[in-house]
Design a protein. Structure first.
Lengths: 689, 417
């Protein structure tokens, strides 16, 4: 197997992705991994969560409890008798996600035990603990004492710590560091020598384990605490209030660190201080906590005032602010690169998936360029000379031309006969488009003409469409909007035009908007039957700008058009199982769908007929049947604009339709209807500060 | 410059690390709608940031105002909480003398060594001022309802209850000015000329940008965080084009006309007091040193408030051995043109040489911050003239006069370092 860069799945001991299609699925089943971790059915042990009433413990009890229920693995939570009930508080969210009946079943499978901290409750033994997830306070002696207690009683149990800061070498156990918000965030930073059955089980359960190296504070905390520290230093230098610093930080990089601390709770400031304190001990003043944080580590004082702000602030110097923020983040990134803390795609994705970064820090550095990255760090050193007394590895940015840097989101693999292009980002942006182009180029250079386009089975658990923040520069610039629609569509068309056979495979929970438009350009579209498909653009509203307004109609019979129009004009979602023959070519159980893709790639007997693509112009009726009335004049206007785009792009031959729909898309994006919608509002909130 | 030992030799005011809002007349700006204390507390770090001063450099805060505000009980510690830098400190008030008292107290704290860098924050809002209900056994209803601004302006309990006057109206501030004008036989023509000159001085200062760097436009937010309004002017200052306009105005009392008296307004002002070394560090022009040299206070006879500052200045000069001719800049808080005329008469000083860049007679009167603005404008003027002594004085409720002398040294002789 040849890959453009290392597949992230191989870091888990799974993959590469193309192997799934060649071998009929992942190498191990969830059932076998449950057996490996908790013992076989009949002798199944329990998951024990120590500190089960805490924010992390209770959240993870829900996340893991809901996934392990069908495998008969009891979840035992352990906590001090006077710990406030954290488990009960999770029930509302559980009920909202799964319904009352299933929520009750999940809760019924959670056993809550109390202990004094020094002796384990006798009842614990009868649950046969096989896997202990430690979520006790971030105090080293307490953690170590707990491991000793557990090992004394259950020497065969695997122990993992959720610590955000202590390396495994200090703790003597492996790490599974989860991300906020704990009941729903699927990402776990993993520290272990080799991918364990626990890690592979987590992956098999639909979670996102991400291996990282064993250093003080893991990547998420370096990024999150780092951005907090950078914001604090700017706050000190500028006097700007926290709420306003937050707005500018969000505009520049994505997170609003002070609001996030308040949302997490009073303990968040202690954790951030603890992380920075230890990092400063290891790496110097680059990480030295600011006094505002030191003060709050004990007091738990919130960052936002209970008062609404009265006086507005503006940036005095945008470039200086960028240096205050990006300088330390780039310097910290150079350290993580130097220490090879993780696969670059992991390092990048952790910021996006766990720390609200609009774009991962590696992608940000790449897009900034090595020279500019170094200039910003040097500017930062002039603003804050103490940071020079920390680690700084500018040479790490010399490697930006390597595939690891260039393909952060998109990878390509092939086995000499067929290839796979995998998407490691759930939403589409310019980076993904550029990386797709490079991946296609690479496969063509490798003389591969049969390809499957799919999520990466790791960092993407769904494909949600375009990253709407990419639209911001186009909202007031018609030509920019046109350029985006045209370029993105041209990349999508390459899957139709440049391969002998292309297959789009939908394996996650949903595939929407721009991602669905991208995948539908493949000659075949195959889906896991449970996936939800949809074109929600009309609800935002924007126009489907990657040929969604004509491409599916060209591939469907006239009788199927009402279904397509219902999706396009109503923004309705449909289950993949109901779309075979008019939107997808096959939708079935996961294993069957994988097998179909495998047959398509190998030229086996797949039984599917390739639906033709109408190249000539044709007329679409102006009226769409079976649509409920629009809910507002704005919705009506959006619906009309989509319909106009459908009719105009279908009325053009295929060779001209791309430009026609791009023009419509661009025209609508600068319209008042779009500006007053969700994206305009999001732009105002995020960018117009 | 004759050398006079400062009363607080270890206390310095960092030149330039100061500023404030414009003073919009009451109910002419968004300030009417917001909590003035929070506005002031949030504006202070913003203004200091424009002067390159980190708010974290402060280790104490003295604040002052005269109109009750929300959570006033919590004083300066609450105000510093509003700018997220928890400082000890206290809040004080003495009507229109508040601003100068703040500087005195801040200097005393620095001199005493209890704190190194003391922030002075003064503010007031006359718009939508609160009303209070107080027990008062001496009245039929056993309670007194006070509209904080107007009832206090209109009635001096010291004189009103002593039987000095027949009616409450005669104990008002305006009556004080009229009574003083009569006592000193001030002519309406001269008072009109004082007013006309003061307005010309102010217009010239605004037009030439003399107030830039002292007064800052500030955007006020509503509860949704949206812009409620921009405060970028002393709104409400009338435009007079001729002396005749002043002369033609109706007299509200002897020598008191609309153009010859101040108006209620809203605003804030801030400056710092610190050690000599720290002042150099915090000042954008460290070659300039500013120190409070001395102060004096005087209480005039009942109902003669406008003449009280002149007596305070006389005391100050007597104590320091200086004369008016040795003053580089003379600025006062003058709610009435009468103040300036009577000062000139008692000190034998030409009122035309005072208040070069404006005065509260013109730009308004939010009490608490008024004298801080006067001080800052006087110090800026002194620096502009190459250094020397700045004399600042003003009157305050209770027939009080307060005066202070500042010394400005410019080691570069007026050339920025």
């Amino acid at each position: 197997m040849k890959t453009m860069r290392q597949s992230t799945l191989t870091t888990l001991g799974i993959g590469p992705v193309l192997g799934f299609f060649r071998n009929g699925g992942p190498p191990e089943s969830t059932e076998s991994l449950v057996d490996a971790v908790f013992g076989p059915e009949g002798d199944r042990g329990a998951l024990v969560i120590s500190g089960g009433n805490g924010i992390v413990g209770s959240g993870k009890a829900m996340q893991l409890g809901s996934r392990l229920l069908e495998y008969g693995v009891p979840v035992v939570t352990l906590d001090l008798p006077d710990a406030p009930d954290g488990i009960g508080g999770q029930y509302g969210g559980l009920k909202a996600s799964f319904g009352r009946e299933t929520a009750n079943e999940i809760m019924a499978n959670i056993v809550r035990l109390n202990y004094g901290g020094k002796e384990l409750p006798p009842a614990l033994a009868k649950f046969n603990p096989r896997f202990v997830l430690e979520a006790v306070p971030e105090i080293l002696p307490i953690k170590r004492a707990h491991y000793e207690l557990m090992r004394g009683a259950f020497p065969d149990a695997e122990i993992r710590s959720v610590t955000s800061g202590f390396p495994g070498s200090e703790l003597g156990v492996g790490i599974l560091h989860p991300s906020f918000p704990h009941p729903i965030n699927k990402v776990w930073e993993v520290v272990e020598d080799e991918p364990s059955a626990i890690t592979r089980l987590f992956w098999s359960l639909g979670l996102v384990p991400v291996p990282v190296a064993d250093y003080w504070s893991f990547i998420l905390d370096v990024l999150f605490c780092g951005v907090t520290l950078a914001a604090l230093r700017y706050q000190r230098a500028s006097n700007m209030p926290f709420w306003k610093v937050d707005k500018y930080v969000r505009r520049l990089v994505g997170p609003n660190p002070f609001r996030a601390h308040d949302a997490i709770g009073p303990g968040a400031s202690f954790l951030t201080w603890s992380c920075l304190h230890h990092l400063a001990e290891q790496y110097g003043d680059l990480f030295a906590p600011e006094n505002q944080l030191v003060r709050r580590k004990e007091s738990g004082e919130s960052w936002y005032s209970s008062n609404r702000p009265t006086v507005d602030w503006e940036l005095a110097d945008e470039d200086e602010f960028n240096a205050w923020m990006l300088g330390p983040l780039f310097q910290m990134t150079s350290l993580m690169l130097h220490e090879q803390r993780a696969h670059l795609s992991h390092m990048n994705a952790i910021g996006e998936l766990c720390a609200q970064f609009t774009k991962g820090i590696v992608a940000t550095a790449r897009n900034t360029g090595a020279d500019e990255v170094i200039r910003r760090v040097e500017t930062y050193h002039r603003l804050h000379p103490d940071a020079k007394n920390g680690t700084w590895h500018p040479e790490e940015f010399d490697r930006m031309d390597t595939p690891e840097w260039k393909q952060l989101y998109v990878n390509a693999e092939h086995d000499g006969e067929a290839g796979a292009i995998t998407l490691g980002r759930e939403s589409l942006n310019w980076d993904v488009i550029h990386e797709l182009d490079r991946a296609i180029d690479w496969l063509k250079e490798e003389r591969i003409d049969r390809v499957v386009l799919t999520g990466d089975f790791h960092l993407t658990t769904q494909l949600v469409g375009a990253d709407t923040s990419e639209f911001y520069p186009a909202l007031h610039d018609r030509e920019q909007s046109y350029k985006m629609s045209k370029a993105w569509s041209e990349t999508a068309r390459r899957f139709n035009d440049e391969f002998a056979l292309s297959v789009g495979f939908i394996n996650g929970k949903r595939c929407l908007g721009g991602m669905l438009e991208l995948l539908m350009h493949c000659h075949y579209l195959v889906a896991d039957q449970s996936a939800q498909l949809g074109m929600p653009e009309v609800t935002l509203p924007v126009l489907p700008g990657m040929e969604g307004c004509h491409w599916p109609l060209r591939r469907a019979s006239r009788e199927q058009w009402p279904r397509l129009l219902a999706i396009l004009l109503g923004g309705r979602f449909v289950r993949a199982k109901d779309t075979a023959g008019w939107l997808t070519d096959y939708a079935g159980p996961f294993a069957d769908a994988v097998a179909v893709v495998g047959k398509l790639l190998s030229g086996g007997d797949h039984g599917l007929r390739r639906r033709p693509l109408a190249e000539k112009s044709f007329e679409v009726p102006a009226e769409a049947r079976e649509l409920p009335p629009a809910e507002s004049p704005a919705a009506e206007a959006a619906r009309k604009a989509v319909m106009d785009c459908i009719r105009a792009s279908c009325a053009a031959p295929l060779s001209e339709a791309l430009v026609v729909q791009a023009r419509h898309s661009a025209e609508f994006m600068v319209s008042q209807t779009c500006l007053r919608g969700a994206i305009g509002a999001s732009y105002s909130k995020t960018m117009d500060v | 410059m004759k050398d006079v030992s400062p009363v607080f030799p270890g206390a310095y005011i960092p030149y330039g690390a100061w500023g404030g809002s414009w003073f919009p007349a009451w109910h002419t700006s968004a300030l009417a709608e917001v909590d003035i204390a929070r506005f002031a507390a949030e504006s202070m770090p913003l203004i200091l940031a424009k002067k390159g001063v980190e708010i974290s450099a402060l280790d104490y805060l003295v604040s002052g105002s005269t109109v009750p505000w929300l959570y006033k009980f919590w004083g300066a510690p609450y105000l510093s909480h509003c700018f997220s830098h928890r400082l000890p400190g206290f809040h004080l008030e003495q009507a229109c003398a508040t601003g100068l008292q703040l500087v005195l107290k801040a200097s005393a704290h620095v001199q005493g060594g209890s704190h190194e860098t003391v922030g002075v924050l003064a503010f007031d809002k006359t718009s939508n001022s609160p009303a209070g209900v107080f027990p008062n056994q001496g009245t039929y209803r056993r309670t007194e309802v006070i509209s904080d601004i107007w009832d206090n302006f209109g009635y001096d309990p010291s004189t009103g209850q002593s039987g000095f006057s027949k009616g409450r109206g005669e104990t008002s501030m305006i009556a004080c000015a009229g009574r003083t004008a009569r006592k000193h036989k001030l002519e309406m023509n001269e008072l009109a000329e004082v007013s006309y000159t003061r307005y010309r001085q102010y217009y010239d200062a605004v037009d030439t940008g003399a107030l830039d760097g002292i007064l800052f436009p500030l955007t006020v937010l509503d509860v949704r965080g949206k812009k409620l309004g921009l405060v970028d002017g002393d709104y409400g200052v009338r435009r007079y084009d001729s002396l005749a306009q002043f002369k033609a105005e109706r007299q509200l009392d002897t020598g008191v006309t609309a153009g010859g008296q101040t108006h209620a307004s809203d605003g804030m002002f801030t400056l710092l007091v610190t050690s000599e070394a720290k002042a150099r560090e915090l000042s954008p022009r460290p070659e300039i040193s500013v120190q409070l040299v001395a102060s004096a206070e005087h209480r005039a006879d009942p109902g003669f408030m406008p003449e009280a500052p002149a007596h305070a200045v006389k005391k100050l000069l007597a104590r320091t051995g200086l004369t008016m001719d040795e003053m580089t800049a003379v600025y006062d808080h003058n709610p009435f043109a009468v103040n300036d005329a009577v000062f000139a008469k008692l000190l034998d000083y030409d009122w035309r040489k005072m208040n070069d860049t404006g005065c509260p007679l013109v730009y308004g009167h939010p009490q608490g911050p008024t004298l801080v603005r006067v001080i800052v404008e006087a110090l800026e003027r002194t620096v502009k003239k190459g250094g020397g002594y700045a004399l600042v004085f003003g009157c305050a409720a209770g027939d009080v006069g307060i005066a202070a002398l500042f010394r400005v040294n410019d080691s570069n002789g007026g050339n920025p370092a």
